[in-house]
Ligand binder design. Structure first.
Ligand SMILES: [Zn+2]
Length: 94
């Protein structure tokens, strides 16, 4: 297990997203940690710090439910991480 993969795994773990090895290449499927639905994929060709930065950039999108699982788990995670910011992201969408 590579260090960068551990880092990516940890970054997504905060959002309630699991990584699952795909059958080919260096891509990993992103799986909702609550209901197990696939919600995308990520490559492991990232530099240290990139995964966290990427998720940080996507905070509003997850908070507003624009990306992430339909069950709303990542949106709930956003509220748990930063409620004020999550509410603001949702208000901006309305
Ligand atoms: Zn889900």
């Amino acid at each position: 297990m590579s260090e960068i993969l551990d880092e990516i795994r940890d970054a997504y773990d905060l959002w309630g997203i699991r990584l699952e090895a795909a059958t080919y290449g260096t891509y990993y499927r992103l799986i909702c940690g609550r209901c197990g639905n696939p919600i995308g994929c990520v490559g492991d060709k990232l530099l240290p710090g990139m995964a966290q930065h990427m998720l940080e950039d996507q905070f509003s999108l997850y908070a507003a439910g624009l990306i992430g699982c339909k069950c709303g788990y990542q949106s709930e995670r956003a509220r748990a991480i930063d409620a004020v910011r999550a509410d603001a992201a949702r208000a901006n969408l309305a």
